[in-house]
Structures are given as structure tokens and as C-alpha cells.
Design a protein around this ligand. Structure first.
Ligand SMILES: Cc1cc2nc3c(=O)[nH]c(=O)nc-3n(C[C@H](O)[C@H](O)[C@H](O)COP(=O)(O)OP(=O)(O)OC[C@H]3O[C@@H](n4cnc5c(N)ncnc54)[C@H](O)[C@@H]3O)c2cc1C
Length: 457
């Protein structure tokens, strides 16, 4: 079977590539190969009763399938070059922002209309942060919420399904270079294409490494972010979350001069488990629908670590720390901040008596037995710094869940077209290591689609 373009991966990067390609040229033969299921068939078997923990499905429904890793996410589209990836270093600041705005426009016409766009511009919180040795990063944030994010994906699929060939449950095994294009081999079939867009996200990280090795494409190791998820009563952060929704705040620690940053803030949200390659870590999300809100806000506090020589495996380091927490707690550990600073483990009684009711059932324990001192000291310092802009953050009852780990893919060597050294082979989205977010991944998809259209049209 021959196609003009084959896209590997149906996450935001792949979806927006397909969208832009068929919008720009309805005669193009485009296929999407996706290892997971269509959206409506994506269902994690954990029901809390019969199946309580991960059973390592062949294709994880949380991370794979139409919508990619972002399908059940909070749907926060951060329109910024300050975080979420380094796309602007390849395609330029202005182009990157314009593409993220374009993606936002598409989301708004596909079910996202009516959702709020928050912005740091003109906010006095930036000054408050600066006065307290904290830096607020600039961004506009579209919060779709887990519910509307799903509707947008349903609508995009409905629009694309008759114009693009979607091959679900079709993990791509190999990509081979032909004289004029590529051979794409899945578990079931073999296809050929002139252009190939690889957009396989985090879940495709190990596979991308194989592809790069086979096709001799250069890669370099990326960082890993390690920390905890903080949960506290929503009132404590409401002056920030009501006006900004998500505030990305950076603190430089006094002891080690490390940067600690807030990440993925979920006002009135829930803390959730995340499964990466069988390792249980923590994450959070929230809903646009007020009926589904909780009394709590959660966010991550993360420290970046990047190893280069002689040890290069930053992700392996993060995995080992997460495994340690799984070994001690059977999964995610929860600890009251008051217990952590007093040097004692939390227990069920103290958690039950806490003013902050946990939204995730996790094992009470001691995070100081899991996190390296340097990282833990940085997190404690940052909690006291945040307490100055949001008094109550350092309350004894503030809950810390651990560990939260953000893994990043190897950075694949691509040029200013996001094209590898092989003409017509593009690597985009989180799988390329260039992006780490919904908006950057989606924008990278539109960018390469336009690059291809400019050659074909
Ligand atoms: C719980 C959670 C919450 C998140 N919340 C947010 C948020 O609010 N805001 C934000 O900006 N980001 C968020 N993220 C991150 C965001 O989801 C990712 O940055 C984004 O999805 C990356 O898009 P992508 O297209 O590059 O990759 P992905 O979304 O990971 O999609 C890649 C797709 O490729 C498929 N694939 C992998 N290997 C193969 C193969 N060999 N053959 C065929 N298919 C393959 C996978 O099955 C997957 O469907 C969240 C992530 C998680 C897990």
C-alpha cells in the first residue's frame, strides 16, 4: 500500500499533522499508524475493585491510542516559548507562538469554545513573586479540562476519519529507507510512503532510539525531572489560580543553587496515579465541569537533573528513584509536610486527621527515604518560599505525594524543518525530545505538514 505521507502516532503531533495535510491538499493520500486503540475503545482496566493495579496491557490505554498521552489529560494548552519544549529554537519564536495560537483556534472550533484563556500579562502576581525570590514564567493558558479535551478529540476524529486512513493496533516495527521514500513495516503489513512523520511521544521513546540507531541519526541524552506532587486546600492558591489558572513559578535554592519549579497545576483537581513502563508515579488533573471539582488544588514541584559523563542515563536515574518509592509504598507514597520536616513518616491516623483530604488513595510513608537529599532540600526550601506568596503552603497538613517523575526523550538531531538527515523523514512531538507539551507537540505537527505541503503543492 502506497501513501504520500505516513504519520506514525496519533497523539497531538500526529493528529495536527494529518489535519493540516488534508486541509492543505485534499488529494493527498495520508495514513496514520497507531499502536493503540481508537478513542472510544481506550479504557484502562483498573476499576479499583476487581483490578486494583496495573496489569501491563500490551498497549496502555492511558498513554496510547487516538489522542496520545494527552487524551485523558487536563487539556492545558500553554501558549508560550518559556516552557513546554524547545520548538522555538528550531522554527523561531514568532512562528512557534503563531502555530500554538492556530492550534488553539482549531480546538475552539472543535468543541473547546467557551473555555477560558488565562494569561500572566498584566498580572500583579509576577511582582509578588519577584519580591519573594520567585520567578513567574510568562504564558497564556487555555484550559480545556479533561472533559472538553475529550470532546475536541472526538470532533477532530469525526472530521478526519473519511479523509485519512487510520490504522489502529498497528505498532510500527521498522522504517526502512527506499530510493524515493520509506518502507514502514507494522506487525501486520508493509506500507510505502514518500514522506514519513514520526510522532510517537513518550511511549515510543525506546522505539525511536532503535530507529535512530538503525538509520544512523544522532541523538543526545535529555534531562529528567524529579519531585513530588503537592496537594492543599484550593483557597490557599485561589488568588493565583483564579486569575492565572496555572502559574509556572521557578525558585533558585539557596543551598545548592538548583532550580525548583511548579509544574502542572490543577485547581480544584485530583491527584492520580501514572504508569510509565510499569512504574507507578503521580500526576494530577482537573475538570472544566464545576460539578466534578474537588476542594483541593494540586501541582508538582520538580528539580531537573541532566547526566552526561560518565553516566548518561538521566531517565534511568529517575526510574530508579520511582522504583524505590514503589518498593516502599507498593505504589505512590503520601506524606504530610509537617511529618516530613519533623523527620517522621506519616501514618493513616495523621492523614485521616489532616485538614486536607487526599484525593488519591496512596500509602502513608516517608519521602525522605526515597528522594535524594539535594532534591528534597530544594523542595522544602521552595515550599517555604511559596508560603510567602500563598500563605498556608507550608502548613503541616499540606500533602506531598511521591514520586513525580517527568521523563524526556532523547533529543533527536533534526534541522530547522524538523527533518532528520534523511530527506522526507521528520521527527516531531515529544518523541523527538524537542517538545514536552500538548501545544508544542501540536504546533510541531502543523509545522511539518506545511513544510511538506510547500514541496508537494
Ligand atoms: C496524565 C498526563 C497529563 C498531561 N497533561 C498535560 C497538560 O495538561 N498539558 C500539556 O501541555 N501536556 C500534558 N501532558 C503531556 C502531553 O500529553 C504530551 O506532551 C503530548 O501528548 C505529546 O504529544 P505527542 O503527539 O508528541 O505524543 P503522544 O501524545 O505521546 O502520542 C504518541 C502516540 O504514538 C503512539 N506510538 C508510540 N509508538 C508507536 C509505534 N511504534 N507505532 C505506532 N504508534 C506508536 C502512541 O501509542 C501514542 O498514541 C500530559 C501527559 C500525561 C501522561
Amino acid at each position: 500500500m502506497k501513501y504520500d505521507v505516513i504519520i506514525i502516532g496519533a497523539g497531538p503531533g500526529g493528529i495536527f499533522s494529518a489535519y493540516e495535510l488534508v486541509k492543505g491538499n485534499s488529494n493527498l493520500k495520508v495514513a496514520v499508524m497507531e499502536m493503540g486503540n481508537p478513542l472510544e475503545k481506550r479504557k484502562c482496566p483498573i476499576d479499583g475493585e476487581k483490578i486494583k493495579t496495573c496489569i501491563n496491557c500490551k498497549h496502555c490505554s492511558i498513554m496510547s491510542g487516538f489522542g496520545g498521552a494527552g487524551a485523558f489529560s487536563d487539556g492545558k494548552y500553554n501558549i508560550t516559548n518559556d516552557f513546554g519544549g524547545t520548538l522555538c529554537e528550531y522554527i523561531g519564536q514568532e512562528t512557534a507562538i503563531k502555530l500554538m495560537q492556530y492550534v488553539d483556534d482549531i480546538n475552539m472550533t472543535h468543541g473547546g469554545e467557551g473555555t477560558k484563556l488565562y494569561t500572566t500579562a498584566g498580572s500583579n502576581i509576577s511582582k509578588l513573586c519577584m519580591q519573594n525570590k520567585l520567578k513567574l514564567l510568562n504564558a497564556s493558558v487555555r484550559h480545556l479540562g479533561t472533559d472538553k479535551n475529550y470532546v475536541v478529540l472526538q470532533n477532530l476524529y469525526a472530521e478526519l476519519k473519511d479523509k485519512v486512513d487510520f490504522h489502529f493496533l498497528s505498532p510500527v516495527k521498522t522504517i526502512e529507507k527506499l530510493e524515493n521514500g520509506y518502507k514502514v513495516v507494522t506487525e501486520k503489513d508493509t506500507y510505502e510512503c514518500i514522506k514519513c512523520i514520526v510522532s510517537v511521544g513518550r511511549s515510543g521513546s525506546k522505539w525511536v532510539e532503535d530507529v535512530c540507531r538503525d538509520l544512523e541519526i544522532e541523538t543526545q541524552s535529555n534531562r529528567v525531572d524529579i519531585g513530588v506532587r503537592v496537594e492543599l486546600p484550593a483557597q490557599i492558591f485561589s488568588h493565583l489560580t483564579d486569575s492565572l489558572y496555572e502559574s509556572k513559578i521557578v525558585y533558585r535554592t539557596e543551598k545548592f543553587e538548583d532550580n525548583v519549579r511548579t509544574f502542572c497545576m490543577n485547581p480544584y483537581g485530583r491527584v492520580v496515579n501514572e504508569n510509565t513502563n510499569g512504574i507507578i508515579t503521580v500526576n494530577g488533573h482537573s475538570f472544566e465541569d464545576p460539578a466534578q471539582r474537588t476542594q483541593n488544588t494540586n501541582f508538582a514541584l520538580l528539580v531537573s537533573k541532566h547526566f552526561s559523563e560518565p553516566f548518561k542515563d538521566s531517565n534511568g536515574y529517575g526510574e530508579s528513584i520511582a522504583r524505590l518509592s514503589n518498593m516502599l509504598g507498593g505504589g505512590v507514597i503520601v506524606q504530610r509536610f509537617g511529618d516530613l520536616v519533623r523527620g517522621r513518616r506519616s501514618n493513616r491516623k495523621r492523614i485521616a486527621e489532616s485538614f486536607c483530604i487526599p484525593t488519591l488513595k496512596a500509602e502513608p510513608g516517608d519521602l525522605s527515604l526515597v528522594l535524594p537529599k539535594r532534591i528534597l532540600d530544594g523542595i522544602i526550601e521552595m515550599i517555604y518560599a511559596l508560603d510567602r506568596v500563598a500563605p498556608g503552603t507550608a502548613n503541616d497538613d499540606t500533602l506531598l505525594y511521591g514520586v513525580e517523575v517527568k521523563f524526556y526523550n532523547m533529543e533527536v538531531k533534526v534541522d530547522e524543518h524538523l527533518e532528520t538527515k534523511h530527506k522526507g523523514l521528520y521527527m516531531i512531538g515529544d518523541g523527538s525530545g524537542v517538545t514536552h507539551s500538548l501545544s508544542h507537540a501540536s504546533a510541531s505537527g502543523v509545522f511539518v505538514a506545511r513544510d511538506i505541503l510547500s514541496q508537494i503543492n
